[in-house]
Design a protein around this ligand. Structure first.
Ligand SMILES: CC(C)(COP(=O)(O)OP(=O)(O)OC[C@H]1O[C@@H](n2cnc3c(N)ncnc32)[C@H](O)[C@@H]1OP(=O)(O)O)[C@@H](O)C(=O)NCCC(=O)NCCS
Length: 154
């Protein structure tokens, strides 16, 4: 059985190792130790790791801007998948957002990440019951990003 606890900066090396080994998860300068420390401090107890025994087998990062939540870097090690770990991690994130009055959360998925697309599409209204429509693919918005010159990997 797995357990879930809030991620701390002490988990940084482990989590980066998991992310580096997972196809579809892209690491950038925004994932540096310094940036992660700032993120965790700005969004206390909103990012989580899943453990089996004392080993980390999954993680997710979550934060908000005061209005909307944002979820990133959800992953579960291959040998522990299909046990509900990702579902439990995401539920903890959504509960932590709700606790501060935020009822809407976004996430980005590369269009090339078909496995992630399959997962999020499976998390639509069918799996969420009456409480929510679950995760809905947006076709009504386009994301625009501004990157300062010289920061292509920001
Ligand atoms: C996507 C991922 C996090 C799912 O983790 P998981 O712990 O296996 O997911 P869960 O066990 O919580 O799945 C819950 C339900 O989601 C659905 N689901 C899970 N994985 C799925 C997949 N790959 N494709 C379609 N549906 C999936 C199923 O309905 C599942 O319930 P079931 O096992 O009773 O059928 C994991 O496969 C992973 O780490 N993938 C690589 C990283 C990644 O793509 N992350 C998402 C990008 S943000």
């Amino acid at each position: 059985m797995f357990s879930i606890r809030a991620m701390t900066l002490d988990d940084y090396d482990t989590v980066i190792e998991l992310m580096s080994a997972t196809p579809g998860i892209s690491l950038r300068e925004a994932d540096s130790r310094e940036s992660t420390a700032r993120y965790l401090a700005r969004n206390p107890a909103m990012s989580f790791v899943a453990e089996i025994g004392r080993g980390v087998c999954g993680c997710v990062m979550c934060g908000h801007d005061g209005r909307r939540g944002y979820l990133q870097h959800l992953l579960v090690l291959p040998q522990y998948r299909r046990q509900g770990i990702a579902k439990a991690l995401v539920e903890r994130c959504l509960a932590s957002l709700e606790a501060v009055g935020i009822h809407k959360c976004h996430l980005d998925v590369f269009k090339t990440n078909l496995a992630a697309a399959r997962y999020w599409q499976s998390q639509g209204w069918q799996s969420q019951g009456w409480q929510s429509q679950g995760w809905q693919l947006r076709s009504d918005i386009d994301r625009y990003s501004f990157t300062r010159a010289g920061n292509d990997n920001a």
